[in-house]
Design a protein around this ligand. Structure first.
Ligand code: UGA
Length: 446
């Protein structure tokens, strides 16, 4: 199928390349000409596992190209996928300005095109955005009616750090459609994928995406609330509590005498809270949306409130160990999770802001994210960003591990007997030989 993707950011570029790998001809459109030029030279503008190789392969196969405008398209397209950002505004409302601009441009484009094109939203958007908001713009700009063009919604479930795998081996594909031709096109597009397909209307597809992210965020906040409680009580390891939970047959049923072991319980690690470009913005957007519809949205409020407080819970733990003013701290991990250079809403931001004036010195390291992070918190007297973290272990009293990059495991090779290790991501075994091992959800009192 010939496809144009509007937006060559994280979702757009990965989607475009994975669809190209499936023998589709893909054109990724981005207004930023520097990004377009770099992509066409095989240089992606963000880090993602396997992305460089995939981009090189698809450029070489000549199935894939980036362009700076839909007007420059060099193939006859059947499908346009909108994959632009849908950020939060200051109040947490979804900002649809990129969707609006993309829809206007597409409307103008389909006005001039005689053949039937389906427009499919992949960006995370609130229910009715596709079938009311986008449809209206497309109809106004093109002077055509739904049916003359197609419309659908096909949410993504890509996790940063494993996005290519998530696309190529999905749990399910959700196809939201507003006209039969689009439904058939999407079914054909995803026919090589041997997974369950959920075929629904666009607003259901939109709500599936929000419900999915909010349920995951809810479970993280719930596990954090219980972890905070376990810490207060003392001599409880929240991991044991989670193992107990794991054996309930409603969570983890038996099949042929064996546990199915749902991944959610491996995913859940109570700690410093969630970050990233999705969970915080999506929970806030659905909260505000529900409130506007006259609901209280108490669950969504609590998810956010617990998450906002979690960095302070971690700082409190650190304040209990000693007089922080005397201590130098080595922070390992600045991105919102390992295997990405993305620092958006990273818990490390709040933690460093809260710690920097309380401690003697912070040495901060991340394998990929230092450059991005310094744009948010520049280096200062008490905060130094370090490339070779191994050189700062001996000089630090406390080691605080905020994400799980593989390379941090090298810490086990050091003599840590005089060090405090704070490990909210549970990267290390709690029996590691340190002065004191501490984390959210584990407070061994003697
Ligand atoms: C998330 C969803 O997992 C994807 O399914 C979804 O497609 C994506 O958002 C999106 O909407 O585009 P992502 O934000 O990349 O993906 O990352 P996750 O691995 O889900 O982690 C999110 C945050 O939660 C990270 O900061 C992680 O460290 C944190 N987390 C995760 C916890 O704090 N505790 C946990 O128990 C699990």
């Amino acid at each position: 199928m010939n496809i144009a993707i509007i937006g060559s950011g994280y979702v757009g570029l990965i989607t475009g390349l994975c669809l190209s790998k499936q023998n589709n001809i893909v054109r990724c459109i981005d207004l930023n000409t520097q990004i377009v030029e770099n992509i066409n030279n095989g240089i992606p503008h963000f880090f993602e596992e396997g992305l460089n190789e995939l981009l090189a392969d698809e450029l070489e196969a000549k199935r894939f190209k980036a362009l700076s405008s839909l007007e420059n398209i060099d193939i006859e397209i059947e499908l346009i996928i909108i994959a632009v950002g849908t950020p939060s505004d200051n109040s947490g409302d979804i900002d649809l300005s990129y969707i609006e601009e993309a829809s206007k441009n597409i409307g103008k484009f389909i006005k001039k095109n005689k053949h039937h094109i389906s427009i499919v939203i992949k960006s995370t958007v609130l229910p009715t955005t596709t079938d009311l908001f986008v449809r209206q713009i497309l109809e106004d700009e093109s002077s055509k009616k739904l049916g003359d063009f197609g419309l659908g919604m096909n949410p993504e479930f890509l996790r940063e750090g494993s996005a290519i795998k998530d696309f190529l081996y999905p749990d399910r594909v959700v196809i939201g459609w507003e006209d039969k031709k689009t439904k058939e096109r999407l079914e054909k597009l995803y026919s090589p994928w041997d997974c369950e397909k959920i075929i629904v209307n666009s607003r259901t597809a939109e709500l599936i995406k929000y419900t999915n992210n909010c349920f995951l965020a809810l479970q993280i906040s719930a596990s954090n609330e219980f972890a905070n409680l376990a810490y207060k009580i003392g001599n409880i390891d929240i991991e044991d509590v989670m193992s107990g939970l794991n054996l309930d047959k409603r969570w983890n049923p038996k099949k042929n005498g064996k546990r199915l072991n749902p991944g959610i319980l491996n995913y859940l690690k109570s700690g410093c809270g969630f970050g990233g470009s999705c969970f915080p913005k999506d929970v806030k957007a659905i909260r505000n949306y529900g409130i506007k519809k006259g609901l209280k949205m108490e669950m969504a409020r609590s998810i956010i409130n617990i998450n906002n407080r979690q960095p302070a819970e971690l700082v409190k733990i650190m304040e209990e160990i000693d007089n922080l003013e005397k201590l130098s701290i080595l922070i390992l991990g600045l991105s919102f999770k390992e295997n990405t250079d993305d620092i958006r809403e990273s818990p490390a931001i709040q933690i460093i802001k809260q710690l920097r004036n309380k401690v003697k010195k912070i040495f901060a390291h991340d394998p990929m994210a230092i450059e991005n992070f310094t744009l948010v918190i520049p280096p200062q007297k008490k905060l130094e960003y370090v490339k070779n973290w191994e050189n700062f272990v001996t000089r630090s009293d406390v080691i605080l591990v905020l994400n799980g990059w593989k390379n941090f495991k090298k810490l086990e090779n050091f003599d840590l007997r005089k060090k405090y290790l704070i490990d909210p991501r549970r990267v290390f075994n709690k029996s590691i030989n340190v002065k004191k091992y501490l984390t959210i959800g584990l407070n061994n009192k003697s």
